[in-house]
Ligand binder design. Structure first.
Ligand code: PHE
Length: 362
């Protein structure tokens, strides 16, 4: 029956209008029902001429009413949309049966969690936490820590150099960030280690000094399971009167034991870094095989973990400290390596992969 069809279409229009959220959607609906050639309401009106003549006035009246009401509704919704009221009206047709949107809780990246743990341990021993720029002058990154341009040690730490033409601009903005560069004439590089903070910290705070400097570092490196071009280090520096290797050993062991557990052992052996004298490499007992020998430790039951040593007199001098009166130790270890040891992670590239299957485990 045509009469029924008009009632039905009116309900349909009401329903659709309630769901309308934008003027474009409203426009589409207008076409759907009122288009002169194919509009659904238009088509129904055209059908009136097919009903029996006696019925026509009655149907015609109904048709007029529906049309009038529809037009009014369209106008009202249009006004609401234009003034932004429609979205409020729409809340009335909230459908509780539609599944909700799942709110995902975020979390701190595992490296951030680890960095904070290390910071807590060190702060507990009276170390302060200092920061340094990732975009660094060649001077603080190399020269200031006793690595002149001709030094072969530069080859071990190849990095990314900034084009000379960009230098001045960048220097201006780093200055504003409160990272004052005392030597503005050298090139800028992405820092290869956190040791760039050593001289900065001495210049800024003087002695006695006890600080750690955790942060992001870079190397121009072919990546594999153990190497990344972007990684994190934690630098440690303690300068005071009568500081010896024994002090280093005590502080370093305390950090390792607090983070990895009391079972871990450390071993100091000679190593070369131009900014320390004597210099050493610090190994950790291998967590994976517990001394049995495995692929990770290359069957030695020790894994190389950290560079360290007694701060070179040249570096102390550059930092404005008298090496005749003061001595100190410095160390630098990889935060990724520490995390890998703790959790048995076998590929450093996972940290920055953005893979949620990995990240959600921590
Ligand atoms: N900066 C060295 C590196 O990245 C580590 C280190 C820090 C060594 C402090 C000695 C003293 O390899």
């Amino acid at each position: 029956m045509l009469q029924e069809k008009f009632k039905k279409i009116k309900q349909e229009i009401i329903d659709e209008l309630q769901r309308t959220k934008t003027l474009e959607q409203l426009d589409d609906l207008q076409k759907k029902y009122f288009s002169r050639t194919a509009g659904e309401l238009t088509k129904l009106v055209k059908e009136i001429k097919n009903v029996a003549e006696a019925e026509r006035p009655k149907i015609g009246k109904i048709a007029n009413e529906v049309k009038k009401e529809a037009v009014e509704m369209f106008e009202r919704i249009k006004k609401n949309l234009e003034t932004g009221k429609q979205s409020q009206d729409n809340s009335r047709i909230f459908d509780p049966t539609i599944p909700g949107k799942k709110e995902e809780a975020g979390r701190l990246h595992i490296l951030t969690q680890m960095r904070r743990e290390v910071e807590d341990v060190c702060v507990g021993m009276g170390f302060m936490i200092v920061d340094g720029p990732e975009l660094e002058s060649e001077w603080y990154n190399f020269e200031a820590v006793n690595v002149p341009a001709w030094h072969p040690a530069r080859d071990m730490q190849d990095t990314f150099y900034i084009k000379k033409s960009r230098n001045q601009e960048i220097k201006k903005s780093t200055d504003q960030d409160n990272h004052k560069l005392t030597n503005l004439d050298t090139n800028l590089v992405l820092r290869t280690h956190t040791s760039n903070v050593q001289v900065r910290a001495m210049e800024k705070y003087g002695v006695p000094l006890r600080c750690i400097a955790p942060g992001r570092t870079y190397r121009n490196e072919a990546t594999d399971a153990r190497h990344e071009h972007t990684f994190h280090q934690v630098e440690g520096l303690m300068v005071d009167k009568n500081i010896s290797i024994a002090n280093f050993k005590a502080v370093f062991d305390a950090i390792v034991k607090a983070i990895l557990g009391a079972d871990f052992k450390t071993r100091i052996r000679p190593g070369y870094f131009p900014f320390v004298e004597p210099g050493f490499e610090v190994d950790l007992s291998c967590a994976l095989c517990q001394g049995q020998g495995c692929r990770v430790c290359k069957h030695t039951s020790w894994v190389e973990f950290c560079g360290a040593g007694m701060v070179h007199p040249n570096v102390l001098k550059t930092g404005g400290v008298d090496p005749k009166k003061y001595s100190g130790f410095a160390f630098g270890f990889g935060l990724e390596r520490l995390t890998m040891m703790r959790y048995g992670i076998n590929d450093i590239r996972l940290f920055h992969s953005g893979d949620l299957r990995f990240l959600r485990q921590f």
